[in-house]
Write a protein that binds this ligand. Structure first.
Ligand SMILES: C[S@@+](CC[C@H](N)C(=O)[O-])C[C@H]1O[C@@H](n2cnc3c(N)ncnc32)[C@H](O)[C@@H]1O
Length: 307
């Protein structure tokens, strides 16, 4: 299945500025957003397209074959290092479309899916050491419960983590289907009849393997620094924790003082607002898009403009 870009027009409409400018796509994936952006840019534009997944980067590089794009295999958390001196603080627009792409989910051997059997992997960057196997087979019951509850928002996190620890007393849990079966047998029968009971746990383990929240926390201030005055950054999130981080960061940077309201005098040194919120409320997909693309249902786009 090809990846359907979420909030496609809305994202490009929001971040587009100078058609001859410099843009960054931090999450290239199948290049859906980038292709739309390229179609609206002029000959003189330059784009840096980043993905930490070398397979998807190479595949999309061949498909797009556009001289205006520089493709970079890297983690966007290192954005400042990726840009050269002349590019830094000169960027017109940045887009970040978080999460996994359908390419990753639909390649069984990558171990992201609970529908097909594969080694427990889930790494976006396959040169990374930590795999899902390590988390499932070596983390303590409390650590597992914490990951599953926090990143998966899974109400049966404790029951599932106990079942994982019990199962691995006999033998290591090596594959995606072994893990999915352990989860299925651990949760109440009623829950099994709803959506697939392993869905939230797989999401949680994936977020932990790829330190997805850590990467967002690191990229936000760098994205702001990289923009030129008037430049815009648009971020699409799919998880409440991700959205909360982006919202808090944008809100803080849009205020002239970040002291708590009960403080009688300003002690933050009178921070000056660095961004303007382009929209107070996040942009969300309409019903039609949600019907065509299930993944879109939890998407939220937030955009900030550098002052
Ligand atoms: C949702 S997909 C992007 C889809 C893309 N916008 C499109 O329309 O085809 C997210 C992509 O970002 C990549 N990615 C996720 N976190 C990353 C990070 N920290 N650094 C670089 N790439 C990352 C994933 O490997 C994946 O290919």
């Amino acid at each position: 299945m090809t990846h359907k870009p979420v909030l496609l027009q809305e994202t490009i409409d929001h971040i587009l500025g100078d058609p001859n400018g410099l843009y960054i796509d931090c999450t290239l994936g199948g290049g859906g957003h980038l292709q739309e952006l390229m179609s609206r840019l002029s000959e003189g534009a330059r784009v840096i397209a980043i993905d930490r997944d070398i397979n998807i980067l190479e595949q999309t590089r061949q498909q797009l074959a556009d001289d205006r794009i520089r493709f970079v295999h890297a983690d966007f958390k290192d954005l400042k290092q990726i840009l050269n001196k002349e590019e830094f603080a000169n960027v017109d627009g940045i887009m970040i479309d978080l999460g996994v792409s359908s390419f990753q989910l639909d390649t069984p051997e990558r171990g992201f899916s609970f529908h097909s059997d594969a080694d427990l992997d889930m790494r976006m960057d396959t040169s990374q050491k930590l795999k899902a196997w390590d988390i499932i087979n070596t983390y303590s019951e409390a650590e597992l419960a914490n990951i599953i509850f926090k990143y998966g928002e899974e109400r049966y996190g404790r029951i599932i983590s106990r079942a994982i620890v019990q199962a691995r007393e006999n033998k290591n849990i090596d594959t995606t289907l072994e893990l999915a079966e352990i989860i299925k047998n651990a949760v109440p029968a009623k829950y099994r009849r709803e959506k697939h009971p392993a869905r939230k746990t797989f999401q949680a383990v994936r977020i932990a393997v790829n330190d997805e929240l850590g990467a967002i926390e690191k990229v936000l201030p760098q994205a702001l620094e990289a923009l030129k005055s008037g430049g815009k950054v648009g971020i699409i999130t799919f998880h409440s924790l991700e959205d909360r981080m982006v919202k808090k960061f944008f809100n803080e940077k849009s205020r002239n003082c970040i002291c708590p309201p009960q403080m009688p005098v300003c002690t933050c040194g009178g921070q000056r607002a660095k961004v303007k919120l382009v929209n107070r409320k996040p942009v969300t997909p309409n019903e039609e898009e949600c019907l065509i693309n299930h993944r879109a249902r939890s998407a939220k786009l937030r955009v900030a403009q550098k002052i």
